[in-house]
Design a binder for this molecule. Structure first.
Ligand SMILES: [Zn+2]
Length: 333
């Protein structure tokens, strides 16, 4: 082994140790004495490359295509469906320039070697040989499979009956002024804000309770308790449809905080979207894709759960947002 190869190996071991601080990362690195130049299986000059040179020879995303992953281009990122957790929307983001990847669903982080070691349960040397083998393939021989129908489907489809229940709930709230007053007076909101959100299709009235409408389901306030119950569907992002072309996105913890911001007139500007996570612990995997490239403000509560959520969101969103700031909600509420 040359001095250079040994240094590279040590560098890689150190990098990997740092990355190992993330909970899902457990790739093992073999001893620096290990030889990783392939003795068989790959052809010609690739056998002579150092790990760093091999990384420069094939981009991470090209490698993934050669592994039959369906690679989607998204700005500076490339995305695939994460192989380390179950998902329907791609949140495994690859940065070819840095030759690293991060999954915004399960938190996996690593480089191309970490990926192969974990994906194929290989040691470093065998991962090197595997990548060298892919790098020696002719690009024309590469065919990425299209994702299956289920992978292409975004989120969960509601049944016809569920959709009708939602429409009836929104109509009931929009049509009854005494209900806007009843909901608004408890929080000091303007009744028109409630009407506006009912017309928008994100607030309703069902079984004598306020209903929060998601693209993926309906959540009811559980009177007389202060908690909520999912009537049907699964948690996602409240007012997700508002993100669209907005350049500024405020992410609140819970719908009521979001309504308070909306009530203060924050959404009168179409470049601003106010959305909510159903709770501090419900951070859905596609959030990083939804707010990618936007200026994001996190408005979590000032308690332990809120602080944990803020930390997690910063880790998830900072690499993909144009800017990210936190905002103390209590100051304006
Ligand atoms: Zn993942």
């Amino acid at each position: 082994m040359t001095k250079e190869t040994e240094t590279l190996c040590l560098e890689h071991a150190e990098e990997t140790q740092l990355k190992n601080q993330t909970p899902t990362q457990n790739a093992s690195v073999e001893s620096p004495e290990q030889t990783w130049v392939s003795n068989s299986g790959t052809e010609g000059e690739l056998e002579e490359l150092t790990p760093k040179e091999l990384k420069e020879r094939i981009s991470f995303s090209d490698f993934l295509k050669r592994e039959n992953h369906y690679v989607i281009k998204s700005g500076k990122w490339k995305k695939i469906l994460c192989p380390f957790h179950h998902e329907r929307t791609a949140s495994f983001c690859v940065d070819d320039e840095a030759c690293s990847a991060r999954c915004f669903g399960c938190g996996w982080y690593g480089d191309i070697y970490d990926f192969v070691m974990e994906d194929r349960d290989l040691g470093f040397r065998d991962a090197f040989i595997h990548i060298a083998g892919k790098a020696s393939q002719s690009p024309k021989a590469v065919g990425a499979k299209k994702p299956s129908k289920i992978a292409k489907r975004k989120g969960i489809s509601l049944t016809k009956q569920e959709t009708e229940t939602i429409q009836a709930a929104c109509k009931k709230l929009a049509d009854h002024e005494h209900l806007w007053d009843r909901v608004a007076s408890k929080r000091g909101w303007k009744p028109e804000t409630i009407k506006k959100l009912a017309d928008e299709g994100v607030l309703g009235w069902n079984q004598g309770a306020l209903a929060f409408i998601y693209e993926t389901g309906m959540k009811l306030r559980n009177w007389p308790h202060r908690d909520f119950l999912w009537e049907f569907g699964v948690p996602s992002v409240w007012r997700r449809g508002q993100i669209g072309e907005a350049t500024e996105v405020f992410i609140c913890e819970g719908e009521t905080d979001a309504i308070s911001l909306i009530d203060k007139g924050l959404v009168d500007d179409p470049t601003i979207a106010v959305i909510a996570l159903p709770s501090a612990s419900t951070i859905t995997e596609d959030l990083s894709i939804l707010v990618s490239g936007k200026n994001v403000t996190l408005c979590m509560d000032n308690d332990e759960a809120g602080e944990r959520a803020t930390e997690k969101l910063i880790e998830l969103l900072e690499p993909v947002c144009a800017s990210l700031q936190t905002f103390n909600f209590e100051e304006v509420a």
